[in-house]
Design a protein around this ligand. Sequence first.
Ligand code: BGC
Length: 711
Amino acid sequence: MIVTTVVTLGVHNSLAGDHPLYLDSSQPLEARIDDLLSRLTLEEKISLVHADSKFGTAENARLGIPRRWLSDGPNGVREDIGPATWAPASHTDDFSTAMPTPICLAATWNPELSYEEGVAIGEEARARGKDIMLAPCVNILRTPLSGRSFEFLGEDPFLTARMAVGYIRGEQSQDVASCVKHFAVNNQEYARDSINVEVDERVLREIYLPAFFAAVKEANVWTVMGAYNQFRGQHCCENDYLLNKILKTEWGFQGLVVSDWNGTHSTPKAEANGLDLEMGTDIAYDQYYFAQPYYDGLKKGTFSIAKLDDKVRRNLRVMFVTHSFDPNRKAGAFNTPKHHKIAGQIAEEGIILLKNEGNLLPLDPKGIKSIAVIGENALRPHSHGGGSSEIKPFYEISPLQGILSRVGHQVNVTYSEGYQKDADSELAARAISAAKASDVVIYIGGLNHDYDNEGQDRKDLKLPAGQDELIQKIVAANPKTVVVMEGTVVDMSVWVDRVPALLEAWYPGMEGGNALAGVLFGEVNPSGKLPCTFPKRLLDSPAHALGAYPGTNGTMIYKEGLLVGYRWFDSKQIEPQFPFGFGLSYTTFEYSNLKLVNEQGPNGLLVTAQFDVANKGDRMGAEVAQLYIHQKAPSCFRPEKELKGFKKLLLKPKEKQTITIPLSRSAFAFYDAEKQGWVAEKDEFEISIGSSSRDIRIRNELRLSETSITK
Ligand code: BGC
């Protein structure tokens, strides 16, 4: 029997008088790894490739290898769990900054802010003693029903990649490893442990892998988490094609692959197919697939020591690059005012103005005597929910608190719940009379984490608890009604035309209430843009239109192919409720003067799109200029348009700026599975630039004069 915690001699005793090379930070990384590897016994090696608690691996006191702590997740450092069970550890020092959930971060279209968030979470992780942070989650929002769509960065691979790269660079700058997850095609929660995903090679490369590729090649992510589901008949944590062939061989990934919690199923498959660290299996730690059974197989010669050494090397490499052996490792800080400010800024930039008839918003408190705030979400906290991404926040400002602290001193603000889980006519009647009696109504409803939750998909896009009817009655009672939706995509078709003003606030984190009040009363000019299409009805969205969800006989075939999100709506000419990239402002922007400037720069830089954006109003505002590419006569099917660049810019009233967006050859390319490379064809391309995928303001064309293939 092997033990998972290797405690023999104390580090000071065993290393006394010795100055091992691996502890000398001036030595080259690989030499340090080699040196430490050569000192490890077989038992000690095994202890480095599996967990010894829910989120930790064993320390090795003899050699001074510290215990490693892993933690969720994407929107902050999770409360401490375990060690042996999923129950909270009941610590009193594990409150942290609760950032808005990733779908809100994606709605900012601001990779610099994503970097800032990464730095902040990295600092909090260090202050809480964490080594590997299990984020970002870059699975593509294929169906709006996915229970984790709030954790995704939207439906587009380019946007997802840009936001993920910023986040990872920021987080890893703090001596913490990020863990990009879940590799790959983990796009639904329904049957997530077993569903077998079949997806065409080109679609895999163009839609589902680019964000992982960018995480590895651009952001240098140090760890990757395998997904629960199967891909082409093999579980993703033991998937030869994904882990060995693509990730480690093709992309040259040098870090470690960690299993999702309870995502490992077999010692020989995990051993052979690329897993490096087993976590979360629901059996005794010493019986993990990578504990006793692995040890026994190695002793018998069934498994190769060279393979084990490769896994150990990868684990050690991550420890060395995060300075785990270094006394000067960054110490971090948590719950700093700066972190809370970043949480607020993400919420401010991620909240989206979807409708604003007659400029009802922003509200001017000077002209209003009374406001009826209605809706359960006006008071409901969300940070401590949703599954593994939950946070124990230091505090959480509710929308009602935010509104009260902004205007409570000058406006009479009343609150009525309006609905509960099970609709209640009494509550509704009270809310309607409050609506009638007030100058303005702010309705704050939508979903909560009973619906948007890991491990389950939603059944449909309907608003729960009779909200469809309630909203209509409230607007009938008071036409000056602002509707705020929290949560993810819902079907708004019943009431959206009757509502004059509409905001999407997602799950906006601990500062969400203040951010929302800032938008409602005009201190903040909204600039968020949708990172996913809002369909009029579920059956308009691709997987559902084609009956390609939730799978048949345990297999999920991605029949819509490349046509995920707006690629489908645009190519099939289906009118969405609100298109990808859409979001209004309290000012207006004018686009002009698009020039395509030929470049021959580094990294295959080909052309620069140069254009002007002007703020025509008298309020400062930020715009996200989006660049889409369309190939005119491709030799194979290509979607109508594809996002290949964007820039967020802040403009003072009447200010005009010249923007440049560089495009390399890869921006024009599709993946050719036969040639196993990216093909940019000799052809004409249209470059469209606008304020959303359906609001194109300027266009220009260019011709590629030769076909090229990049491997
Ligand atoms: C989730 C992962 C998470 C892990 C650890 C799993 O259920 O799929 O995203 O990191 O648990 O909490």
